[in-house]
Write a protein that binds this ligand. Structure first.
Ligand code: NAD
Length: 370
């Protein structure tokens, strides 16, 4: 068979798989306000993961003491999503770990290491796919600069879902990008619902639809269709290149409120926004689906900190911000506000160079304020 025939066959399989994925999409939502018991799974992860999640768990248990005693909230520790176990089993998420994860409603996850090269897929990419966590939500807030942004990055499509499925022919390589109606509609709805429920009046749709005409063109068109159901909210299109510049324009950037983006552009611009806020250690991240949701710090497992023996100086603020998002998601708004306010007031400064307070010192002080 010629190279081109082989590539066409691989492409056919991809198309069939994507059609099957759309057919299997389940859009029934969990209503946490009506749920008798909410199970929160805690996954410790690699590197500094176990250190920061241990402290985040203490804070969570303090905030939800009454509910844990009553049984309306259950905290479940999920072990085995470690690099060692994933490598040994050759699976991004070993099957027994995935089964346990699926017994939970929401997850608080420590960062997981993805080895460079090799064939082991990122645990995060696998988790987003397995639990259909289609909305990656990242808030960025700098009140003194009048910045209050919320990013809705599509999490299960775009370049990423087919990222390891490209084809190579002699002298060339081709990757694929996919955008579906259902996939776009649900992330657009999530962004507009957020705007509606949080007093926002403006959604910026960021793509490269002038170049990626089919996929980004569809994303933009569907975002505008969804916008029609939200009469008080205006929608405007931007291209990703100029938006990266706009975020650095101190006058212009204060006008933005809610961003709606396909996967790759969302990945890039949320790191830029987190950096404007003060670094990737300062933001939390939510990966939300209709049935499950996962909350995590936006930084990685910081292997160098561990190698230098400085793991216990890891800053827990990013995972604690993710914890506040988790609490809001399960309708424990009062607990979320309590945590956010305590973090604003907490005077302890954790410093990863080992000269200041430790991760545990920070949590001790925070718990004292709750
Ligand atoms: P990283 O975020 O782990 O580290 C970048 C820099 O930030 C390092 O200097 C590190 O010491 C510092 N840092 C990170 N978190 C910190 C904290 N809480 N307190 C103080 N300093 C902190 O990024 P990387 O080095 O590119 O990635 C390391 C590993 O993490 C890789 O295997 C990568 O795949 C993985 N990763 C996982 C996730 C996730 O699970 N969500 C996200 C990003 C990276």
């Amino acid at each position: 068979m010629s190279y081109i025939d082989q590539a066409c066959q691989a492409f056919r399989v991809l198309l069939e798989e994507q059609q099957a994925r759309i057919a299997a999409m389940d859009t029934r939502k969990t209503d946490f306000s009506a749920k008798e018991t909410v199970t929160i799974g805690i996954i410790d992860g690699d590197g500094i993961g176990p250190i920061i999640t241990a402290q985040a768990r203490r804070v969570l248990e303090k905030l939800l003491t009454g509910e844990i005693q009553k049984g309306s909230v259950v905290i479940r520790e999920i072990r085995g999503l470690t690099l060692e176990n994933r490598m040994a089993q050759g699976k991004a998420i070993p099957e027994d770990v995935l089964a346990e994860i699926k017994t939970c409603d929401v997850l608080l996850k420590g960062p997981t290491t993805t080895p460079k090269g090799g064939t082991l897929e990122s645990a995060n990419v696998a988790m987003r796919r397995e639990l259909d966590l289609y909305a990656n939500c990242r808030p960025v807030s700098i009140p003194e600069k009048n910045i209050d942004w919320m990013f809705f990055r599509e999490n299960t499509e775009g370049e990423y879902v087919l990222g390891s499925r490209g084809v190579e022919l002699p002298g060339m390589a081709v990757d694929f990008k996919v955008t579906t109606d259902l996939g776009t509609r649900r992330i657009a709805k999530a962004a507009f619902d957020y705007a509606k429920h949080n007093g926002k009046t403006h959604v910026s749709v960021v793509t490269k639809a002038n170049i990626m005409k089919k996929t980004d063109g569809k994303f933009t068109a569907i975002a505008h269709e969804v916008a029609k159901d939200y009469p008080g909210i205006t929608v405007e299109d931007y291209y990703i290149d100029i938006m990266t510049a706009n975020l650095l324009d101190e006058k212009l950037r204060t006008q933005f409120q809610v961003f709606l983006l396909p996967n790759l552009y969302g990945d890039i611009i949320t790191d830029e926004a987190a950096q404007i806020q003060g670094g990737v250690g300062t933001a939390g991240s939510a990966n939300i689906g209709d049935r499950y949701a996962m909350f995590e710090a936006i930084h990685g497992s910081a292997p160098r900190l561990i190698e230098q023996g400085l793991g216990h100086y890891a800053n827990p603020q990013s995972i604690l911000k993710a914890e506040a998002m988790l609490l809001r998601h399960i309708c424990r708004t009062e607990a979320a506000e309590k945590l956010e306010k305590a973090m604003e007031r907490c005077p302890v400064k954790v410093s990863a160079d080992g000269t200041g307070a430790t991760t545990e010192d920070y949590a001790d002080a925070l718990i004292g304020l709750l």
